[in-house]
Design a protein around this ligand. Structure first.
Ligand code: ATP
Ligand code: MG
Length: 391
């Protein structure tokens, strides 16, 4: 198994996709796989009716290759595979090669065949029986159909038969770019990176917008925020803009008011700035890491009042999740450690006890006094720095 170990069969999910959607989905996925593996040497990708074959350079490090493949959205599962002509004797022989050293008298096993080509003369259960019997004879290993230690899978198509014993669970979801663009309100906390991850998973390209308190654009560029956005894009080797907006103008304006509405007013200010950037970037929706009732500023009522500052749809992929569930994902995707590094963002300095049931009329009255439209215009004109995260 020298060069064969670098062949992977890739099966994608969401098979209900039909017609033109399916074509777009496949083209996106091909593009994303090529992008994600681009730095790992020569990659050949062949598309068949319902699966791809990825042929990687023999020098590509297996562990990195597999880790990358498993994180590409739109893939249901992937497996390092043997590729042989779809003939019964060749299939049996290859199965015996694969079993050698892996299936032993101490390991239970099963053969699981899928006949993608209905013209193939032997039906799946019969393939299972014949190949299974040959393996028992060669290895004396016990067959166990439920929960075996090793499952040898055989998939038979017109072009070839594929045999593998190591199915790797894929990330699921839709290929990034298949669904369109969104703009994420991205803080230094735990939640919004997870929200970005969820939108990536649903096939969205995500642009980033962060509001900061740094005295200079350079300090914002040196902050952990850039590293966090990079961590989310890195598995896909995806490039995206990060907008670093100073909240200075808003802070100066609000500082003369001692009000429990400052937090909600600030969030509405963020929405207004976000909407204007989204318009320029053709981003269809805004994204936040809000979750109902998680903190005082995120009561149902406040979420409503904040949301009314923007006309664009606001997506809140974490809205019904518990904090612990969010933390678990943050750990999985590798943003948690950066999230808990100390960082002072604008939300941390507003009223210590924010109004938990903000009144829209009162907030609007406050915004009028702040001359919020002018603050938004001036912030956009002079206080937003655009950084491209590239790979
Ligand atoms: P997070 O962990 O994402 O910071 P959080 O639980 O701390 O969330 P809040 O601080 O109330 O919640 O923020 C709610 C949402 O508002 C965030 O998930 C994010 O989408 C947005 N947000 C908060 N602070 C900022 C910021 N400084 N820049 C951009 N967006 C922000
Ligand atoms: Mg926060």
């Amino acid at each position: 198994m020298t060069n064969q170990t670098k062949n992977y069969i890739v099966h994608y999910g969401e098979l209900s996709l039909k017609g033109n959607n399916r074509y777009k989905f496949e083209q996106r996925l091909i593009h994303n796989i090529q992008t994600a593996l681009a730095d790992l040497g020569e990659i050949e990708l062949r598309k068949f009716h319902s699966y791809f074959i990825v042929e990687a350079d023999a020098s590509a490090p297996t562990e990195v290759l597999e880790r990358r493949l498993r994180r590409i959205f739109g893939i249901a599962y992937v497996a390092p595979t043997m590729i042989v002509p779809p003939q019964m004797d060749v299939i049996t022989e290859t199965a015996l090669d694969l079993a050698e050293g892996v299936i032993t008298p101490q390991t239970t096993f099963a053969v699981d065949t899928r006949r993608g080509d209905k013209q193939f003369p032997v039906k799946s259960p019969e393939v299972n029986r014949r190949v299974g019997a040959a393996i028992v004879e060669a290895t004396q290993a016990p067959v166990q159909l439920k929960d075996p230690d090793v499952t040898l899978e055989i998939q038979i198509y017109e072009a070839a038969a594929y045999l593998f014993i190591r199915r790797l669970q894929g990330a699921g979801g839709l290929p990034i770019g298949a669904s369109g663009r969104v703009l994420a309100l991205f803080s230094g906390g735990i939640d919004s990176p997870v929200a970005v991850h969820k939108m990536h998973k649903r096939g969205c390209n995500v642009d980033f917008l962060h509001f900061h308190l740094h005295p200079s654009a350079q300090q914002a560029r040196d902050s952990k925020i850039v590293a966090m956005a990079r961590a989310l894009l890195a598995p896909h080797r995806l490039s995206a803009p990060l907008y670093l907006a100073s909240s200075e103008l808003f802070e100066v304006a609000i500082s003369t008011y001692d009000t429990a509405l400052a937090t909600v007013a600030f969030r509405r200010f963020m929405m207004r700035v976000a909407e204007r950037i989204a318009y320029r970037r053709d981003a269809v929706a805004l994204v936040t890491g809000e979750s109902v009732g998680q903190v005082a500023s995120q009561t149902l009522k406040n979420i409503d009042v904040i949301g009314r500052a923007a006309e664009r749809a606001i997506l809140r992929p974490l809205v019904g999740m518990d904090k612990q569930e969010i933390v678990n994902i943050a750990q999985e995707i590798g943003t948690f450690d950066l999230s808990i590094q100390p960082y002072k963002d604008p939300c941390s300095i507003h009223a210590q006890r924010p109004d938990t049931w903000a009144n829209l009329r009162e907030v609007k009255a406050l915004e009028e006094k702040l001359d919020i439209d002018a603050l938004v215009d001036r912030t956009l004109a002079d206080y937003v720095d655009e950084v491209w995260i590239r790979f």
